[in-house]
Write a protein that binds this ligand. Structure first.
Ligand code: B12
Ligand code: SF4
Length: 481
């Protein structure tokens, strides 16, 4: 499906009226204080606007990282989390199939913005009801500054709605927007978000400088930002947390934005600090599940993941680990697989993407069939089964043929592991984005709503749905063995 010529700019038009909200009183978690000589900084994790959204260990880790830094510098911080599934006044729907802290969000269906009006799916807002969000704001004293985060580029209506609601409630309070969308679509965010500042890239130093500037304070850090833990405690316990042991990735896949988001290669945290964070989350915050948000968790395994897992095992931490972001299979051998099992890994996703030699080469040769098979053998020999292990296969990228995808899917299934389709999302600034634009799949100035992976911007949606159905059937067959 070609989408050239579709609308550009901001397609989100419903942010014009502040709805009347009921005066609900709610028990605040970490509210800002009325009397305080520190600057009061309110951090907000926005709603998701999408066709579908499932909480796969979602945590606003970037915002909590920035909040940790501001707190360390002496500012007072609080969090309002639109994706709080355990809010006492609005608990999220529960299903018997939920596991490991994951689950659905409440959804309110909304009219689709013009840019995605052609998509035959229901779109809407996921997360807390707006009246609960407004009550959360009402329970806070007027902050001195507000920080809003953003994640997927096509989720920008969430941050936008937060910003206009904050502006309507507290005119004159400065608002900064950061995060993935703000970094990858900075000009779009500057033009349409309504934020006073759009800060692109890593936020630790920038957020502190901006807060100091708008509050007239001159707080400095007594320790290096890398020694400060993300403020996981600001979030109501969700049963899980997300941890990042390193930032960046040594590979250069043409569809990935990691080098725009984490420039300068891979930056690892110390083993001691990672283990300290995990122990704090498990022993003090009650987390039972931990999702790794790393781009390259297993790279340089001997110096990094091995000692981390050794320390976790030695400390006797009872926790389950999940890798929703794909692991590099080439680094998994028998000793590592055994250690992963002993440490408590239960969800293992391996990046396979393709077995087509040409595509593999173009993608930088992350893994090939032989290395992938060895990794799966090592995991299976250690006791992992198809229930725990799945391969990510990239579907819907520009110019990709269905035959190639089917061959990759068949290969993964033949190894006895599940397949999860990773639907392509064109990300501005990447080589594959330029391919998608040049091939006419997406306009160069496309509304970011059109980056949404679930609308298959560079493929035939019906063919993709059929393919996913075949993948599901293959997975079912494996799981019923
Ligand atoms: C973890 C992760 C996920 C998690 C969920 C994360 C979440 N909270 O929602 C999971 C595994 C579920 C996921 C899924 C997907 N993801 Co993903 N994911 C990531 C990943 C690896 C890390 C994000 C992260 O939390 N980093 C850690 C924190 C510390 O960094 P940060 O958020 O950037 O925060 C820093 C700054 O941005 C800034 N900051 C953050 N907030 C604020 C606020 C203020 C005020 C300021 C000043 C600064 C600031 O400071 C922070 C510290 O320096 C990124 C890649 C990356 N390296 O960023 C991809 C990425 C975001 N994902 C991407 C993609 C493509 C996907 C999928 C489409 C993959 C697929 N086909 O299935 C799906 C989509 C899911 C959906 N429902 O739509 C793309 C983005 C696509 C897009 N168009 O936006 C990325 C960039 C990877 C890529 N390929 O380039 N993902
Ligand atoms: S290996 Fe993963 S994180 Fe690294 S560049 Fe490729 S897609 Fe991005």
């Amino acid at each position: 499906m070609k989408t050239s010529g579709r609308s550009n700019g901001c397609g989100f038009l419903s942010c014009c009226l502040l709805e009347e909200v009921s005066q609900i009183r709610i028990g605040q978690l970490g509210s800002l204080s009325e009397d305080c000589d520190m600057a009061r900084i309110l951090c907000i994790n926005p709603w998701i606007y999408d066709f579908a959204a499932y909480n796969l260990w979602i945590e606003p880790l970037g915002l909590l990282t920035v909040a940790g830094v501001l707190r360390q510098a002496g500012h007072e911080v609080a969090l309002v989390d639109c994706l709080d599934r355990h809010h006492p006044a609005a608990p999220a729907p529960i299903s018997t199939r939920d596991a490991y802290g994951c689950g659905h969000f409440a959804k309110v269906e909304l009219p689709k913005p013009r840019a995605i009006a052609h998509v035959r799916r229901r779109w809407g807002r996921y997360g807390l009801p707006v009246e609960i969000f407004e009550a959360e704001l009402a329970a806070q004293p007027r902050p001195d500054a507000v920080l809003v985060t953003s994640m997927m580029t096509y989720w920008y209506p969430g941050p936008f709605e937060v910003i206009w609601r904050v502006k309507a409630r507290w005119p004159g309070v400065p608002v900064a927007l950061g995060g993935v969308y703000a970094s990858l679509c900075t000009e779009h965010a500057r033009a349409y978000s309504g934020a006073d500042a759009v800060l692109s890239g890593p936020g630790e130093a920038q957020a502190l400088a901006w807060v100091n500037a708008v509050t007239g304070e001159s707080r400095v850090l007594a320790v290096a930002p890398s020694d400060i833990l993300p403020a996981h405690d600001l979030r109501r316990p969700q049963g899980y947390v997300a941890i990042q042991t390193a930032r960046g990735c040594p590979f250069h896949c043409p569809y990935c934005a990691v080098h725009q988001l984490a420039p300068g290669g891979i930056a690892r945290r110390s083993v001691e600090q990672v283990v300290r964070e995990i122990a704090w989350c498990v022993e003090s915050l009650g987390a039972q599940d931990i999702a790794f948000y790393d781009d390259a968790l297993l790279v340089d395994a001997k110096r990094h993941i091995h000692p981390i897992l050794d320390a976790i095992i030695e400390r006797g931490l009872h926790v389950r680990f999940h890798t929703p972001n794909g692991l590099h299979a080439r680094y998994i051998d028998q000793p590592l697989a055994e250690k992963m099992r002993r440490a408590g890994f239960v969800t293992i996703r391996l990046g396979l993407e393709t077995i087509d030699p040409e595509e593999e080469k173009r993608d930088g040769g992350k893994v090939d069939e032989v290395a992938f098979s060895h990794a799966v053998e090592a995991l299976k020999a250690t006791g992992f089964t198809a229930r725990e292990v799945a391969a990510y296969v990239l579907v819907g990228r520009p110019g990709q043929t269905l035959e190639k995808v089917r061959a990759t899917v068949a290969f993964a299934h033949s190894l006895g592991i599940q397949v999860h389709a990773a639907e392509f999302s064109p990300v501005p600034g990447t080589a594959e984005w330029r391919n998608a634009v040049n091939a006419g799949y997406i306009p160069a100035d496309a509304d970011p709503l059109l980056h949404n992976n679930s609308i298959y911007p560079c493929a035939d949606a019906q063919a993709m749905e059929e393919l996913k159905q075949q993948i599901r059937m293959g997975n079912q067959a494996l799981l019923s063995l």
